[in-house]
Design a protein around this ligand. Structure first.
Ligand code: FE
Ligand code: FE
Ligand code: MG
Length: 163
């Protein structure tokens, strides 16, 4: 990012960078939670659930990529040590220690709901001061809303199946 671009953000840039790095920690943990979940999950509709979890894992990784690109554009340093993930995360990590399909789906629904509130807050914070970051967050938020809806849809299907 050039001089003029940064000038637009003024003294808000450090704050935005902090929020972006916190979100980056969330995305990596979400990626790993989905990815591990897809490996261990057992129960009805296992194949379909596995596919959905892997798809979401890949989306979270893409979100991490989008955030890092913006952090670098703003002249910041993305988290370079995974130890920082736990220190900076908003939503934490919910280990899929119980492989039951409902447990895993509900853990990830909770994670998506946390992500949706984090990104909604980020939208409010960037709206007036950083329209480019704002656009990136809109794109990510759209995916997180879709993730939540997809997982809730699978839970509904499962419930109908086992009625
Ligand atoms: Fe994400
Ligand atoms: Fe998501
Ligand atoms: Mg999906």
């Amino acid at each position: 990012m050039g001089t003029k671009g940064r000038e637009l953000l003024g003294d808000k840039v450090d704050h935005i960078l902090e929020l972006l790095n916190n979100a980056l920690a969330d995305e990596w943990l979400a990626y790993y939670q989905y990815w591990t979940g897809s490996k261990v999950v057992v129960g009805p509709m296992k194949g379909e659930v596995e596919g959905e979890l892997i798809e979401h894992a890949n989306d979270e990784l893409r979100h991490a990529d989008m955030l890092v690109e913006r952090i670098l554009q703003l002249g910041g340093t993305p988290i370079i040590d995974p130890k920082e993930w736990y220190k900076k995360t908003n939503c934490g990590y919910d280990a899929p220690s119980d492989p039951n399909v409902y447990k895993i789906l509900n853990q990830n629904i909770k994670g998506e709901q946390c992500a949706i509130s984090v990104y909604s807050k980020l939208l409010k914070e960037t709206m007036q001061i950083d329209p480019v970051t704002y656009q990136i967050i809109v794109e990510i938020l759209r995916d997180e809303e879709e993730h939540e809806e997809d997982l809730e849809g699978i839970v509904e299907d499962l419930e109908n199946l086992t009625k």
